[in-house]
Design a protein around this ligand. Structure first.
Ligand SMILES: NC(=O)c1ccc[n+]([C@@H]2O[C@H](COP(=O)([O-])OP(=O)(O)OC[C@H]3O[C@@H](n4cnc5c(N)ncnc54)[C@H](O)[C@@H]3O)[C@@H](O)[C@H]2O)c1
Length: 255
């Protein structure tokens, strides 16, 4: 047991399997002394089964991050378990099949709008929903995939991640006065459920195999989750609007 997050109350979104980056962020947060509540989307019974495998079984609140009523109800639902929040993890992304996989020039606005709403605007929606619970400041953390360059197949998800990066900077600007930080972990590729729905994910795997200066394990979500826990902790007290790359160093290499 560590003490990095001792006494902190953390809301973690985005757990769907025990490979989810969010699952490992929740597990490590508990191991560092935090109280954790999860939100789940869709198959709630599945999320609950995964939540029971955490070191401390965690309660699960239903949250579709595009549902205004569920967002409005979130503070009361969280208060059933915790009297406030010190940290919120946004680990949510979705792009319709037509928005990825090389179809960039032909994707309809409706599909683009869905990708941007679920993957970027939702970070702002989640943050504002949680504000009533964060009266003493706190830390917001989202999960990014480096959006400074164009990747094979990633297409409108890449555009959504660029929007997420900008959203995080504006949250940092608008919430800094309340002592709330907003930062992202830009993770390298990890074989999760979301990754399986990216056609051409194998291209990412090949890129990391050849370009990562540090050895990169596609089956290991823990490095990214450790980055999340570090940003939730008190060890980045004056860091906001930042993107911490947990990608083996790929972003810093020329080729
Ligand atoms: N796996 C990777 O290679 C990788 C790399 C960089 C960044 N990321 C990012 O990490 C985050 C987590 O993804 P993951 O790889 O752990 O996959 P995952 O499939 O385990 O998690 C994605 C989560 O998004 C949730 N979600 C989708 N639509 C939602 C909605 N409307 N409301 C609420 N939740 C919704 C799903 O329920 C799921 O829990 C995402 O933002 C993803 O883009 C993943």
């Amino acid at each position: 047991m560590g003490t990095l997050l001792l006494g902190k109350r953390i809301l973690v979104t985005g757990v769907i399997t025990d490979a989810s980056i969010a699952y490992h962020a929740a597990r490590l947060a508990q191991e560092e002394g935090a109280e954790v509540v999860l939100t789940g989307y869709g198959r709630l019974s599945l999320v609950e089964r995964v939540a029971d495998r955490l070191p401390e079984p965690a309660p699960v609140i239903e949250l579709d991050v595009t549902d205004a009523r569920q967002l409005a109800a979130l503070p009361d639902r969280v208060r059933e378990h915790l009297d406030g929040l010190d940290g919120v993890v946004h680990s949510i992304a979705f792009g319709p099949a037509a928005a990825l996989g090389g179809n960039f020039l032909h994707t309809d606005w409706a599909d683009v709008a869905t990708a941007v709403q679920v993957s970027a605007f939702s970070y702002k929606a989640l943050a504002t929903a949680c504000l009533p619970l964060m009266r003493d400041g706190g830390s917001l953390v989202g999960i990014d995939f480096d959006a400074t360059v164009a990747w094979p197949s990633y297409d409108w998800m890449g555009v959504s991640k660029a929007a997420l990066e900008a959203t995080s900077r504006y949250l940092a600007r608008h919430l800094g006065g309340r002592g709330i930080r907003s930062n992202l972990v830009a993770a390298g590729p990890i074989r999760t459920m979301a990754a399986k729905s990216i056609p051409g994910f194998a291209d990412f795997e090949a890129i990391w195999e050849t370009r990562s200066p540090l050895p990169w394990d596609l089956r290991d979500p823990e490095p990214a989750a450790r980055g999340v826990v570090a940003l939730l902790s008190d060890w980045f007290p004056r860091t906001t609007g930042e993107i911490v790359h947990v990608d083996g160093g790929v972003h810093a290499m020329g080729a």
